[in-house]
Design a protein around this ligand. Structure first.
Ligand code: IMP
Ligand code: MG
Length: 178
């Protein structure tokens, strides 16, 4: 692996595909032990989580459903700056085990909003999964049930994560070069 340039910035190799895979497998084992009998619905938060979610669900050998959502941050035509709407969730969620799949949890703003929106729909329980977690940036108290890798408060790209649209297709994770 070597440095990659995306737009105006350089990124250094940080987490190899192999280490990512070990962590995805560990999360899959945890989920299998905990929810295999509850026919869960995985709610994958686009865009960044698509690669992680694809790798994760391939390791699950129990019946489950998978859906994808985006969050909208507007009300009518005016932007509120607040994430307030769920786009794409068409499945019936009432009384189900719902598992939120995130690529990365940073401040936790996105997760908190999604959590609140799902609760309004009277789900049975919500579990949260994230591949990457920045503990120093996290300001919420939503429990993170399955965490892959804790990272410092630095910007990373690859494995679904982008810098201004670029870098999602990198198979390893890279960190912003100091
Ligand atoms: P939060 O709402 O602050 O937790 O941020 C969550 C979203 O910000 C993630 O789903 C990512 O889309 C984006 N994000 C946060 N940190 C990074 C990073 O280091 N690289 C790329 N995207 C990030
Ligand atoms: Mg995301």
């Amino acid at each position: 692996m070597s440095l990659v340039t995306l737009h105006d910035k350089q990124f250094t190799p940080y987490i190899t595909a192999e280490v990512i895979h070990e962590n995805v497998s560990r999360i899959a084992e945890g989920l299998t032990a905990d929810v295999k009998k509850s026919f869960p619905l995985f709610v994958v938060v686009l865009n960044g989580s698509f690669i992680f979610a694809a790798d994760l669900v391939k390791l699950l050998k129990f019946p489950c459903e998978i859906s994808f959502v985006k969050l909208a941050s507007y009300s009518g035509t005016a932007s509120t700056g607040e994430v307030s709407e769920l786009i794409g969730l068409t499945e019936e969620v009432e009384n189900r085990t719902v598992i939120i799949v995130e690529d990365i949890v940073d401040t936790g703003n996105t997760l908190e909003k999604l959590y609140a929106l799902l609760r309004e729909k009277k789900v049975k329980e919500i579990k949260t999964v994230t591949l990457l977690f920045k503990p120093k940036a996290y300001k919420k108290d939503i429990p993170l049930d399955y965490v892959g890798i804790k990272i410092p408060n630095n910007f990373v790209v690859g494995y679904g994560l982008d810098y201004d649209g670029l870098g999602r297709n990198l198979k390893d994770i890279y960190i912003l070069h100091p």
